[in-house]
Design a protein around this ligand. Structure first.
Ligand SMILES: C[S@@+](CC[C@H](N)C(=O)[O-])C[C@H]1O[C@@H](n2cnc3c(N)ncnc32)[C@H](O)[C@@H]1O
Length: 299
């Protein structure tokens, strides 16, 4: 286990369960976001995302979920993502211990053509849970979106005693249309399941306040901690893979080098220095299909 700290942000390289047990005090965290490995056979830098059985995977999940709940303050919120096929089990488990306020569908379209003989998967489920329905953070005004009826169609509600224009903004519903992270986006990092800044922005702004502590137990590219830093929250990110920890160290500006290696942002194929030899095909950019096809199979 290794710990890296700068100002209000801490990266802990190690196993989530071990770290949660030994390094995070009970009832100390305001907001938890967990996006664990999915048990669908993805490759996290060589670490196989596949358990012996579904039961073993769920047992493992229940262990870190229990720990997360213990670490959460009584006023805290817990967002949990998982593969669609595991979510029913996790939903039942979470329901026993917390109040589920929303079952969010993160929806994205894809120009890809992966599914040819079934209806392709274009969403990921997220549970928004809290400990105490009478006392939790929800900053509705910080996450308002355009209400199409009011803002675009400018309809008047004539059922009111005095006809009144419909609101032009609203709290988002539970279907969130947010682009997934694509290779050409500046936020792209080399990781198979990076979550978008926009997604974490909504979660963090809604369910925490400046100065609050945000925890991500499977940090990956550290999007959660990165967004927490932008919005003046404190953060702890746990990640087991050294290569992903290096992404976190750079993204959070905790370090510019690691074990003598400069931590530079990924150079995109289309950014690489041009050699006049066109035969080298340095500018061949992987298309969306090749980057994302792995994700579409089963998630
Ligand atoms: C689905 S990804 C998280 C992606 C992340 N939300 C992001 O935006 O980049 C799951 C991450 O958990 C990490 N991981 C797997 N097993 C772990 C463990 N036992 N403890 C801590 N991290 C683990 C993987 O290396 C992977 O980066």
């Amino acid at each position: 286990m290794e710990i890296f700290i700068k100002n209000d942000h801490k990266i802990i390289m190690g196993d989530a369960i071990e770290v949660l047990k030994s390094h995070i005090p009970d009832k100390s965290v305001d907001l938890i976001f967990c996006d664990p490995p999915y048990n669908i056979g993805k490759n996290f830098n060589g670490r196989k995302d596949k358990w012996e059985s579904n039961e073993k995977y769920l047992e493992w999940c229940y262990t870190w979920i229990d720990l997360c709940i213990a670490k959460l303050k009584d006023t805290g919120s817990f967002y949990l993502m998982a593969a669609t096929q595991n979510m029913p089990y996790l939903d039942i488990y979470m329901r026993k211990h917390l109040t589920i306020l929303s079952r969010i569908v993160w929806y994205y379209d894809s120009s890809g053509v992966q599914a040819k003989r079934y209806f392709g998967s274009l969403y990921e489920p997220i549970l928004h849970c809290i400990k105490n329905p009478n006392d939790y953070t929800f900053n509705a005004n910080d996450i308002l979106v355009q209400a199409r009826t009011g803002a675009i169609r400018k309809l008047i509600d004539y059922r009111k005693p005095t006809p009144t224009a419909y609101n032009s903004t609203k709290v988002p519903g539970n279907v969130w249309s947010i682009n997934r992270v694509r290779y050409r986006m500046s936020e792209y990092e080399s990781h198979p399941t990076q979550k978008p800044v926009e997604l974490l922005k909504r979660i963090i702004l809604a369910s925490s306040n400046p100065g609050d502590l945000v925890l991500d137990a499977f940090a990956g590219t550290f999007t959660t901690c990165f967004v927490a830093q932008i919005y003046n929250r404190r953060s702890i990110g746990i990640e087991i893979e050294e290569d992903y920890v290096k992404i976190g160290l750079r993204r959070l500006a905790i370090a510019t080098e690691y074990k003598g290696e400069q931590l530079n942002q990924l150079v995109k194929t289309y950014d690489q220095s041009y050699t006049d030899d066109k035969n080298l095909k340095l500018f061949e950019v992987p298309d969306e299909t090749s980057i994302y096809s792995e994700n579409y199979k089963d998630s």
